[in-house]
Structure formats: C-alpha cells, structure tokens
Design a protein around this ligand. Sequence first.
Ligand code: ZN
Ligand code: ZN
Length: 171
Amino acid sequence: MTEQVSQVTMEEATYCAVHPDRETGLRCNKCDRLMCAECAVQTPVGYRCRECVRQHEDKFFNGTMADYLIVFAVAAVVTGLGYVGLRLIGGFLLFIIILSIPVGGAVGELALRLTGRRRGRYSGYVAAAGAIVGALAPGLLLAGQLVLSPTLLIYAGIVAFTAYGRFRLSI
Ligand SMILES: [Zn+2]
Ligand SMILES: [Zn+2]
C-alpha cells in the first residue's frame, strides 16, 4: 500500500512555480524551484530561475545613486570637451568618427575609476545619456539652440555606445 502511494507521488505531474498551468520537470539548479522553459534562464553554470539570476546580478551591481551622478557628469563633461577639442584640432568627419571610440573608452574608464569600479544596473544607460547630453551641450550653450549636425550625432552615438559597452556585464 505504502509502495503504491509513493509510486503515485513519483508520477505526479509537476508544474512551473510561476505558471501553475505549465507542466515541467525542470528545476533551478540553485533554489530547486520548478520552472517552465520560458522561466528558465541559461547561465554558464546551468539553468536558473529568473529570481536567482537577478539575485546574482544584484550582488554584482553595487553602484549607488551618487555613482550614477558621477558617471553622468563624467560622461557629459568628457564627451562635451572631447567634441570641442576634436573640432578645434580638425573637425573632419572621418577624424571625429575614428577618435570618438577612444573618447567613449575614456568616458567609461574615467567613470569606473572615479566610482571605485562599482557598477549599477543602469550605469551603462546613465553613461550613454550623459554622453549624449554632453555632446549636445556645447552647441546649445554657444549657439543658444540645439545644433544637430550629422557629425555631432554620429560622434554622440559612437561615444554613447562605446561608454555603454564598458559597463556591460562581463560574466
Ligand atoms: Zn532559483
Ligand atoms: Zn514559467
């Protein structure tokens, strides 16, 4: 009789912890919760539930609100000064495009140094936003209006993208 009961338990269908209507046998390899294919996240250490992945990221993301402000300010200042500098030296489109990559790298590196290499979940976006504001600011201050030249937009885009890349997770 007891044997029969355990037999039934073993064959009992199991369901996703988030979606009770989805049958699954897959478990998170950290917290052991059941999860369907949609809830499972493939990581280098196996399948995990979204909550465990998030917790893992939170441990990695230790940036504070003050760090975001520093990242934004650094990105805006370096990008703005960088553009003014490049215009003064040459100002050719190709020249600016090529040098916008190291400017973006400098934004990321300087921001990471000044914040003790802490990162927040949104540091990359903050750096990109700061770079775009910084690129547009000199024109706005000097001409009193938004100056949107293709060169400036390409420069802002590359710097923002490169700076954003420096803050991406590398796990
Ligand atoms: Zn889990
Ligand atoms: Zn699910």
